[in-house]
Design a protein around this ligand. Structure first.
Ligand code: PEP
Ligand code: MN
Length: 398
């Protein structure tokens, strides 16, 4: 069973709403000799359909096993079989592969997920505050800067240029997770004062990556948002540690991870108590890709449909080559991303990491108003923003 892949209220693999399932199966009243049914009007969270003709001892065994994980069970007798309706806490049960248990024919997750990332359609989604910027509905956020903090003066010049071009937040890695252990690993703590100066000089909030749970405390002191990189999306100790803080976390999708896995990684942070999680699509590996990585822009509307968490797109890592970055950034905005993360370097050919995909400050400055225009046009009630407003104020929402 896919733990988080079902749309609420729809039978898995069909477009049948669960109420039709209910009508289809609930043809007979419950057998009065069976254990009493819970009487409730609330929709169940999960339905476990038992094999036709399954004997009472086996039914009881399955029921007890489900109850031992905390669910409230109603046993329903249908035409030729029984099924259980499960209410209450089913998150743990969703991970148990109940559909493979002897005697179980199929499992349907019916209700809205009890996971913290799941959207609650009865309440408006709130944006997340990062520094003085909002990320989420009603706002569009551009994060820009070098892959890594390198030379101090150069980093500050890049920060000044992206600020002037209309970026909302400055990015730059102190710690770099590199595929090769011989590649530049970042300046570590030496980069902290450089990032602090960048904030002081530009007023932009700082986004920087954290690799190790032991660094969370020190780096939270200088960052407005901590990035969990693609390679660390499965670093559960790091995710749990970040869950203990309230610092906004930019959680990048693992490059070989599904959107379900991304949401479950987010769940580690959210369930530990930190509600400030922002998702980021940054490209995935795919056998038929034209290049090493494919930017999965379909994930943007999918994630918006399933979760209240803001969704950003990183067209730099999602393309790997600077000439593709602008096109993918434009497409990301049109797909509804709440913002983009773009690598910018003064001298891309001299960059110690990811120079191939970095835009120059000039290229970035040309792209920003285009992105804001696309954003304005693709929002409900969107209309073209006068050029001078786009380039001066950074566009709508602020
Ligand atoms: C980065 O943002 O520089 C980075 C290393 O990203 P990713 O984890 O997506 O590869
Ligand atoms: Mn990078």
């Amino acid at each position: 069973m896919n733990p988080v892949g079902f749309r609420a209220g729809v039978l898995h693999g069909t477009s049948i709403p669960w109420r039709c399932f209910d009508r289809f199966y609930r043809l007979l009243p419950a057998d009065p000799c069976e254990e009493p049914m819970e009487s409730t009007d609330a929709d169940p969270e999960m339905i476990v359909v038992l094999r036709s003709g399954l004997e009472a001892p086996l039914r009881r065994k399955i029921r007890e096993r489900l109850e031992s994980h905390g669910a409230i069970i109603s046993q329903i007798e249908a035409t030729s079989r029984y099924y259980f309706e499960l209410r209450g806490e089913i998150a743990a049960i969703e991970t148990l592969a109940v559909d493979s248990w002897p005697g179980v024919e199929k499992v349907v997750v019916v209700g809205d997920s009890s996971d913290h990332w799941a959207i609650d359609r009865s309440r408006p989604v709130q944006p997340i505050q990062v520094g003085s910027t909002l990320i989420g509905p009603g706002s569009f956020c551009i994060i820009a800067g070098p892959c890594a903090v390198e030379d101090e003066q150069r980093t500050l010049r890049i920060a000044a240029s992206v600020a002037a071009a209309g970026a909302d937040l400055f990015r730059g890695g102190a710690y770099k997770p590199r595929t090769s252990p011989y590649a530049f690993q970042g300046l570590g703590e030496l980069a902290y004062p450089v990032l602090e100066s960048a904030r002081e000089e530009t007023g932009l909030g700082i986004v920087t990556e954290v690799l190790d749970p032991r660094e969370v405390e020190s780096i939270s002191g200088i960052a407005d948002m901590l990035q969990v990189g693609s390679r660390n999306m499965h670093n559960y100790s790091l995710l749990k540690e970040l869950g203990q803080t309230s610092v906004p976390v930019l959680l990048k999708r693992g490059f070989a991870s599904t959107t379900d896995e991304l949401l479950l990684a987010a769940e580690y942070i959210l369930s530990a108590g930190n509600p400030n999680v922002i998702l980021c699509e940054r490209g995935i590996r795919c056998g038929a890709a034209s290049r090493e990585v494919v930017l999965d822009l379909g994930a943007v509307p999918e994630l918006h449909q399933r979760t209240h968490l803001p969704v950003l797109v990183d067209p730099s890592h999602g393309s790997g080559e600077s000439y593709r970055v602008g096109a993918l950034a434009r497409a990301a905005v049109a797909a509804g991303a709440d913002g983009v993360l773009i690598e910018v370097h003064e001298q891309p050919e001299e960059a110690l990491s990811d120079g191939r995909q970095a835009l120059t400050p000039e290229q970035f400055a040309e792209l920003v108003p285009v992105l804001r225009q696309i954003r304005a046009l693709t929002q409900p009630d969107g209309e073209l923003i006068p050029e001078e407003i786009v380039s001066v104020s950074g566009g709508e929402d602020r």
